[in-house]
Design a protein around this ligand. Structure first.
Ligand code: PLP
Length: 224
């Protein structure tokens, strides 16, 4: 049932430029599927439900890096902090403050990306570019000692209009570039642009993605 996973991983890897990391989005998939990917050399896995992180962390080898990619409720932050190496989906100032607070309690630095809202759908979470800039200009980031902002993340509109998708990824990359040359010019670690999923990762790479989050093209359709 899982025999194609290794093949999918290999063919996607062959398409990725050297500076682009592959996050295998394993939400809803069982450990057997993840192990097939692991055996093909995959080490970064993305999950979007807080309750899946800890059990999967327990069952998978210790050198797996867990990334949280879904909308994160403040009351779930504590549950994932010990296990995740990057949270892609910090979509509000309140959540950022919460992550800082829980990281402080746990005695760790939480690595995060700021999720930008660029898609046309109102259901997609994220910060507008104004919110992003004002948060930083207010000095908020400097006051949060237990979070480190590694870059930005975004999702394009779910559409067949590739010009629209390209435009949205272009916007995400430009917000990143502006942040990089203004607020983060002295922060070497601010270098990640997480964008691109199964349907649109080729366009995302063209537009300057450094991290693609791919589920369906690796593991097949999810059963909810
Ligand atoms: C599920 C999910 C993905 C992967 O989507 P596919 O279309 O299966 O590749 C990527 N990013 C986020 C935020 C997701 O929730």
């Amino acid at each position: 049932m899982y025999e194609h996973i290794a093949e999918h991983i290999k063919s996607i890897r062959n398409e990725l430029p050297g500076n682009v990391k592959l996050v295998a989005v394993s939400k809803f998939h069982p450990i057997e599927a993840l192990m097939n990917a692991y055996e093909a050399g995959q080490r970064i896995f993305g999950e979007s439900r807080a309750q899946e992180i800890q059990p999967k962390h327990m069952q998978m080898p210790a050198d797996v890096e867990w990334h949280f990619i879904g909308h994160l409720q403040t009351n779930k932050v504590k549950q994932i902090i010990p296990y995740v190496s990057l949270i892609h989906s910090v979509d509000s100032e309140k959540l950022l403050e919460y992550v800082n607070k829980e990281a402080q309690k746990a005695g760790v630095i939480a690595n995060v990306l700021l999720q930008l809202h660029v898609a046309k759908e109102t259901t997609k979470f994220g910060l507008t570019d104004e919110e992003c800039f004002s948060m930083i200009e207010n000095g908020l980031l400097d006051s949060l000692a237990n979070v480190r902002v590694y870059g930005v993340m975004g999702m394009a509109t779910n559409t067949d209009d590739t010009a629209e998708i390209r435009k949205e990824f272009h916007t995400i990359r430009s917000v990143f570039d502006t942040l990089k040359t203004s607020c983060f010019s002295d922060k070497e670690y601010f270098k990640e642009v997480s964008m691109g999923m199964s349907e649109d990762y080729h366009i995302a790479i063209d537009e300057g993605s450094t991290m693609v989050r791919i589920g369906t093209s690796i593991f097949g359709a999810r059963e909810y």
